[in-house]
Design a protein around this ligand. Structure first.
Ligand SMILES: O=C1O[C@H](COP(=O)(O)O)[C@@H](O)[C@H](O)[C@H]1O
Length: 330
């Protein structure tokens, strides 16, 4: 069970015994926000970050969320992105696609029946379609299963032992808004902001009650051991940006150097901000970002600058990341 505490100006802090517990709580929380937003506005505009956060959202791919969440109403954005090709290992888009939006799974053939209750697509190469015919009849009885032909599986030996399939969150492709990877960092940031401006006009993304900023239904952030969130790094000029919604940097201390990022005003106008922090290596930054009695060191930390004007801030920590917080340290 997560330990809960509300801290003055620092939002709600949830500390979890294990990563599994954190993942369960996180998926529940996101599903609740999605339901509330779809009920109120008819859509759910969610901005992801990169890094460990994505794997911790894994439970959303399974039951009950695959059936209970109205995925068709989700609009996905990125709070920050590395300016690299979309198929590059450093791309936050690629990471989310591979680990969340289209998660590759392998199961032994004999466990095929366990797939019957899952809402998933099966991906198989052309040349293996004949072999799959052995399974096809029972599978076709399951309405949610759809065969796809994809050039992804080439190792026939492996195919003999395993069934390779993809769990895809049924998000409408045109609702996924990632950066244009053929542009420079500056151009990509400008174009991304333009796209968001169009979607604010049509209220796919809500507008803030206190400024003209977009009001995302949820912005999900991770935090680095240096206290950076999105691509807002300590002591970086990017923290001063007050006018742009999306800006760019070419000198990120963490590679790759070129990134685009939501600015602080945009993050602080969201209806909900969740920061997910795990591991002992981030315990000191978590203390500086959350605890009340921290000195100037804490106040210049980007993660501490997350202070939603009206929205709700919730920290999802594991025991290790929370180990230096005054209230929770033993
Ligand atoms: O570079 C980045 O790092 C942070 C933190 O990543 P983590 O793997 O330490 O959790 C991430 O939130 C951000 O989106 C990403 O661009």
């Amino acid at each position: 069970m997560a330990l809960l505490e509300s801290k003055k100006d620092r939002g709600e802090v949830r500390i979890h015994e294990s990563l599994d517990e954190l993942s369960t709580d996180l998926a529940d929380y996101i599903a609740e926000l999605s339901e509330a937003s779809v009920k109120e506005r008819g859509v759910f505009a969610i901005a992801l970050s990169g890094g460990s956060l994505i794997s911790l959202m894994r439970n959303l791919c399974g039951a009950p969320y695959n059936k209970t969440v109205d995925w068709s109403k989700w609009y996905i954005f990125w709070a920050d992105e590395r300016v690299v090709a979309k198929n590059h290992v450093d791309s936050n888009y690629k990471f989310a696609k591979d680990h969340l939006l289209s998660k590759k799974q392998e199961e032994a053939e004999h466990s095929l029946p366990t797939l019957y209750n899952k809402s998933c697509f099966i991906c198989i190469t052309n040349k293996h379609l004949d072999r799959i015919n052995d399974f096809q009849r029972p599978i076709l009885k399951v309405q949610r299963m759809i065969f796809m032909v994809e050039n992804g599986v080439s190792d026939s030996q492996r195919f003999n032992k395993k069934l390779v399939y993809m769990i895809r969150l049924p998000i409408v492709p045109s609702h996924v808004h990632s950066i244009n990877d053929s542009l420079t960092a500056e151009e990509a940031a400008n174009e991304y902001e333009f796209v968001i401006r169009q979607l604010v006009r049509t209220r796919v993304v809500n507008v803030s009650d206190v400024s003209d900023c977009p009001k995302f239904d949820l912005i999900l952030l991770g935090m680095g051991p240096d206290g950076h969130v999105a691509s807002l790094f300590p002591n970086h000029a990017v923290l001063e940006e007050k006018n742009e919604w999306v800006t760019f940097i070419t000198t990120s201390p963490k590679p790759p150097p070129e990134r685009i990022t939501f600015t602080l005003p945009v993050i602080n106008c969201a209806a909900n901000v969740v920061v997910v922090v795990t591991g002992v290596g981030k315990a000191e930054a978590a203390r500086l970002a959350i605890d009340d009695d921290v000195g100037p060191e804490g106040h210049v930390l980007p993660a501490r600058m997350i202070q939603p004007a009206v929205g709700k801030l919730v920290w999802f920590l594991d025991n290790q990341a929370g180990s230096k917080l005054k209230r929770f340290s033993k």
